[in-house]
Design a protein around this ligand. Structure first.
Ligand SMILES: [Zn+2]
Length: 47
């Protein structure tokens, strides 16, 4: 199973371990954390 990686030079996603002559970093698809989700909920409830 290949994981998507991201090039820190051109900010493009790739499956290659190298891009633009640099080692790419693994990108974790987790846009939000549970703690952040609760924080947003509390903020909306307060309004
Ligand atoms: Zn690149």
């Amino acid at each position: 199973m290949k994981k998507i990686r991201k090039c820190q030079i051109c900010s493009s996603y790739t499956l290659e371990t190298e891009h633009c002559g640099k080692i790419t970093v693994s990108s974790h698809p987790s846009p939000y954390k549970p703690q952040d989700k609760y924080a947003v909920y509390r903020r909306e409830k307060r309004c």
